[in-house]
Write a protein that binds this ligand. Structure first.
Ligand code: NDP
Ligand code: GDR
Length: 358
């Protein structure tokens, strides 16, 4: 039975990757951080009591800033595959905690690779780094592929650049199977609630149930290449199954503005929006309601712009060319953006209570 170790197992991607690997018959080990409130909500459906014999999902306490815990876990588990998904993954927040972000997102990858090297596991343990389209940052060319120059625009992106090159370096210097999946944005019902897609589907669901709260957003013109987390975790697995380690762009090849994402979301609820004003005065107002099932009214203000949500430096346009992954990994995404939004909305609607029910 193959053993996989996942950092970031409690996150969006960790939950889908665990599910995927368990279905494939892996023994899955995950590193979780100690926290005062439970942080395993996304993997609770996979949880197995520690007293059960033949457990296939095993959680360990650890942290990417603690090389002792990482090294001793890797020594104890002797994993065949390590997926480094753990990160302080919020780009805007990284401007507020840059040093911590560098430590976790940059040094974290180094600590794992160094442990593989020091423990003499270079022939056994394969490593896959969750790299990101944020490496491209300031637009150099569109679409972006494996040869496009990097120009990160945030402490998050800069830290991920260090991890990207450390992965390449350990591959070249020590013959470790170390690969990068350069993933463009990917979403799902498990997406964190402060990322723009989930923030939109969650707020729209609350409004549909009668909540009068307004959705405050930042830059509506940013373009993102949005896919589904499930598709992207399958891609990371394929990257690690190759004979030779390499770096691959994982993307859908379609880009959409935040504004279009908003319009699509409300459209699925039977609401046509009109945008009025410019810049930070801009508002999204309900123009037409065609689905009486939901509690929207004509003229209702649903969106306002708040400068708080703009970044000190923005990544304007991301559009990935995943030609290499299509050719070598035989990978292609199964979900369209419309299907992703529909799944996220349905999930949010199911868990959103009308405001008078507690
Ligand atoms: P999430 O924010 O949902 O999950 C991040 C995970 O990392 C959580 O399990 C979190 O634990 C864990 N983590 C945070 N800090 C530490 C630390 N110091 N030590 C150990 N674990 C830590 O991110 P996603 O699942 O969306 O993303 C997974 C990875 O893929 C990240 O590295 C991200 O940067 C990268 N990526 C994501 C993309 C996307 O669009 N989703 C695109 C490209 C790359 P806790 O639950 O305790 O907070
Ligand atoms: P991103 O995702 O920064 O691309 O990083 P996010 O959803 O945070 O932002 C996407 C775009 O939307 C704009 N935006 C807002 N963003 C947030 N969070 N909140 C808002 O209110 C808002 N309004 C507009 C942003 O300015 C941005 O342009 C994600 C993370 O998962 C990273 O970890 C990953 O590496 C990249 O995707 C690829």
């Amino acid at each position: 039975m193959k053993k996989a170790l996942i950092t970031g197992i409690t996150g969006q991607d960790g939950s889908y990757l665990s599910e995927f690997l368990l279905k494939k018959g892996y023994e899955v080990h995950g590193i979780k951080r100690r926290s005062s409130s439970l942080n395993t909500e996304r993997i609770d459906h996979l949880y197995q009591d520690p007293h059960e014999p033949n457990r296939h999902l095993i959680l360990h306490y650890g942290d990417l800033i603690d090389s002792m815990s990482l090294t001793s876990l890797i020594q104890k588990i002797q994993p065949d595959e390590i997926y480094n998904l753990g990160a302080m993954s919020h780009v805007k927040v990284s401007f507020e905690i840059p040093e911590y972000t560098a430590n976790v997102n940059g040094m974290g990858a180094l600590r794992i690779l160094e442990a593989i090297k020091l423990l003499g596991l270079h022939k056994k343990t394969k490593f896959c780094q969750a790299s990101t389209s944020e490496l491209y940052g300031k637009v150099q060319e569109v679409p972006q592929n494996e040869d496009t120059c990097f120009y990160p625009r945030s402490p998050y992106g800069v830290a991920k650049l260090f991890a990207y090159w450390t992965t390449v370096n350990y591959r070249e210097a020590y013959n470790i199977f170390a690969a990068n999946g350069i993933m463009f944005n990917h979403e799902s019902p498990h997406r964190g609630e402060t990322f723009v897609t989930r923030k939109i589907t969650k707020a729209a669901s609350k409004m549909a149930m009668g909540d009068s709260e307004i959705l405050y957003l930042g830059n509506l013109e940013a373009k993102r290449d949005w896919g589904h987390a499930k598709d992207y975790m399958r891609a990371l697995w394929l990257i690690i199954q190759q004979k030779k380690p390499d770096d691959y762009v994982i993307a859908t090849g379609i880009t959409t503005t935040v504004r279009e994402f908003v319009i699509k979301t409300f459209d699925l609820l039977g609401v046509e929006l009109e945008f009025s004003g410019t810049g930070i005065d801009e508002m999204g107002v309900v123009k037409n309601v065609t689905n009486p099932k939901y509690k929207f009214t004509k003229g209702q203000i649903v969106i306002k712009i708040d400068p708080e949500y703009f970044r000190p430096a923005e990544v304007d346009e991301l559009l990935g060319d995943a030609g290499k992954a299509r050719k070598h990994l035989k990978w292609q995404p199964e979900y369209s953006l419309d299907a992703i939004i529909k799944e996220m909305l349905e999930s949010d609607l199911k868990t959103t209570m009308p405001p008078n029910i507690h």
